[in-house]
Design a protein around this ligand. Structure first.
Ligand code: HEC
Length: 102
């Protein structure tokens, strides 16, 4: 297994209510995910557009995390963030899928 999903990552999802935006997450978003997700390039769900994410989120965040790690259609593995840990990706998905979170 190249990127096993750790219990810690799942627990991060479980504690979503206490999640707050970390400036580091914003930085990772701007350097990695924004390039495609800000303008919905290639059909990417648009950042901070809850309706664009609703259908994705209905698959379950574990599925979204797995697809972010392994890649999914036009979505490159790790979203081109080779330094991102699973926890970073969880934070990024939460950040991008929430309504204008900045
Ligand atoms: C090169 C462009 C590109 C970059 C960079 C990118 N994405 Fe994506 N992403 C996409 C596209 C395109 C899709 C839609 C794939 C589809 O459903 O056809 C997508 C979909 C997703 C999904 C939904 C997957 C699903 O199962 O529906 C997640 C989660 C995601 N991206 C997270 C991220 C994160 C986190 C980053 C930054 C670390 C990132 N992406 C960077 C292009 C990109």
């Amino acid at each position: 297994m190249k990127h096993p999903i750790t219990l810690a990552a799942i627990l991060t999802f479980a504690s979503l209510s206490s999640w707050a935006i970390d400036p580091f997450t914003v930085e990772l978003y701007q350097t990695s995910c924004k390039i495609c997700h800000a303008e919905a390039v290639g059909g990417a769900p648009k950042s901070f557009d809850a309706s664009a994410w609703a259908e994705r989120l209905s698959k379950g965040k574990e599925v979204l995390l797995a697809n972010a790690i392994g890649g999914y259609k036009g979505m490159p593995p790790l979203g081109m963030c080779s330094d991102c840990t699973q926890e970073d990706l969880v934070d990024l998905i939460n950040y991008m899928s929430s309504e204008k979170a900045q």
